[in-house]
Ligand binder design. Structure first.
Ligand code: 13P
Ligand code: SF4
Length: 328
C-alpha cells in the first residue's frame, strides 16, 4: 500500500518532522541507501546490523524506519512494544521476493543435515525457518564460529554466499536469489572507469556478482565501505554499491572524490534501489503524523523469527564498529 501524500504545500515539512519527532518520542533510523534529505534528518544512519542493534536498544516509543520492509520488520521483531512505521510499505527487496517461505521450507526439509545461515534481506517467515541470520557486516565473524564440518544452506543472496564460500573455502548450498541493484553493475564499464582513474581503488558490496567483486580492492558492507573510504590510500574511490551512500562519504571526507560504478550503458540510474527510493520526506512526515503505515507481526511468528536474529546479535558481538567482511 503506497501512501499518496495529501496536499502538503505550504507546510514546512522539516519543521513538522522535528515537532512530531519530539511529540511522539520517536527515533528516525535511516539506511545509507536513503535519499540524502532523509539521511540528514535521521537520528542514526547505518548498515543493516547497526540499525538492528539501534532498534533493539532504543528507548523511544516510535521507530520511524527509513529503509526497506525487511529492515522495519527486524526492528519490530526486536522491539515489539514500539510502534514501528515505514514511510512506504511497498519498499520491499528483490532478495526477499526471490525466496518464498514455502519453497525455502521445502529446500530446508530436503537437506535435514544442513543448518540455514540466512541473509537478513528476507521475510520474517524465512527468518523463522532459519537458524542464524547474518548481515554483510557480520557474516564473516559468524561463519567462522560455525564448526567446519557443519553443512550449511545459505540464502537468499547467491553472490554474498558465493563470496563467503570462495573466501573461506567453505562449501555451502546457495539459494539462487540476487539483488537487482548490485546485479546491474557492468564489468566492461567498470574497467573503462578504472582505466580513466588510474590508481583509484574499487570498493564493492558483496551482493555484487564475481565479475565486479573480483576487481575490487575492498569488499564489505555499507559501513565497511564507508570505513574503507576513510582509510584508503589516495583521494579517489570507485564505489560499487547503491550510490546514495556517497552522500555520507562526501560529508565525512569533503576533500575526496567518489565515483559510482556504472551500469550497462555506462550512465544509467539502474543502481539506485527502486525500493529504498519509495521513501520520501513527505511520506516520513505522514508516517509520524498518522503513525501509519505500521509494521505488525503476529506474535508466534515474531518469536520464531527472533530466535535466529538473537543468534546473530549474540554471534556477531565481536563485530564492533568494524562493519566489514574485510579486505580481499
Ligand atoms: P548493508 O547491511 O551492507 O547495509 O546492506 C544492506 C543492503 O540491503 C544492501 O543492498
Ligand atoms: Fe534489496 Fe538490493 Fe535494494 Fe538492498 S539494494 S534493499 S538488497 S533490492
Amino acid at each position: 500500500m503506497t501512501v499518496m501524500p495529501a496536499d502538503l504545500s505550504g507546510l514546512d515539512i522539516r519543521a513538522e518532522i522535528e515537532r512530531l519527532r519530539k511529540e511522539r518520542n520517536a527515533v528516525i533510523l535511516a539506511h545509507y541507501y536513503q535519499k540524502p534529505e532523509l539521511q540528514d534528518l535521521a537520528d542514526f544512519v547505518g548498515d543493516s546490523l547497526e540499525l538492528s542493534r539501534k532498534a533493539a536498544e532504543t528507548d523511544a516509543d516510535v521507530i520511524a524506519f527509513c529503509g526497506v520492509k525487511f529492515m522495519a520488520d527486524t526492528a519490530k521483531i526486536l522491539s515489539p512494544e514500539k510502534i514501528v512505521v515505514l514511510p512506504d510499505l511497498d519498499a520491499g527487496c528483490s532478495l526477499e521476493d526471490s525466496c518464498p517461505p514455502e519453497q525455502f521450507k521445502a529446500f530446508r526439509e530436503a537437506h535435514p543435515d544442513h543448518i540455514a545461515l540466512t541473509y537478513i534481506n528476507c521475510s520474517t517467515e524465512v527468518k523463522a525457518l532459519s537458524d542464524v541470520i547474518v548481515t554483510s557486516s557480520s557474516a564473516e565473524t559468524i561463519l567462522q564460529k560455525i564448526p567446519a564440518d557443519q553443512k550449511i544452506i545459505f540464502g537468499p543472496d547467491r553472490h554474498l554466499g558465493g563470496y563467503l564460500s570462495r573466501k573461506f573455502n567453505r562449501e555451502m548450498l546457495l539459494w539462487p536469489g540476487v539483488c537487482i541493484v548490485h546485479e546491474a553493475f557492468s564489468e566492461t564499464e567498470l574497467l573503462k572507469l578504472k582505466a580513466q582513474n588510474p590508481g583509484a581503488p574499487i570498493a564493492a558490496h558483496p551482493e555484487c556478482p564475481p565479475t565486479i567483486v573480483d576487481h575490487a580492492d575492498y569488499v564489505g558492507s555499507t559501513s565497511g565501505i564507508l570505513n574503507y573510504a576513510k582509510d584508503m590510500p589516495g583521494d579517489t574511490l570507485i564505489v560499487a554499491t547503491e550510490p546514495h551512500i556517497i552522500h555520507q562519504m562526501e560529508l565525512a571526507l569533503p576533500g575526496k572524490t567518489f565515483i559510482g560504478a556504472p551500469g550497462a550503458d555506462g550512465n544509467c540510474n539502474c543502481n539506485i534501489c527502486p525500493y529504498m527510493a519509495l521513501n520520501t520526506l513527505e511520506k516520513l512526515y505522514l508516517a509520524l503524523r498518522d503513525l501509519e503505515p505500521r509494521v505488525e507481526i503476529e506474535e508466534d511468528l515474531r518469536l520464531a523469527a527472533k530466535k535466529s536474529l538473537d543468534k546473530m546479535l549474540e554471534m556477531a558481538s565481536s563485530t564492533v564498529g568494524k562493519g566489514d567482511l574485510g579486505a580481499r
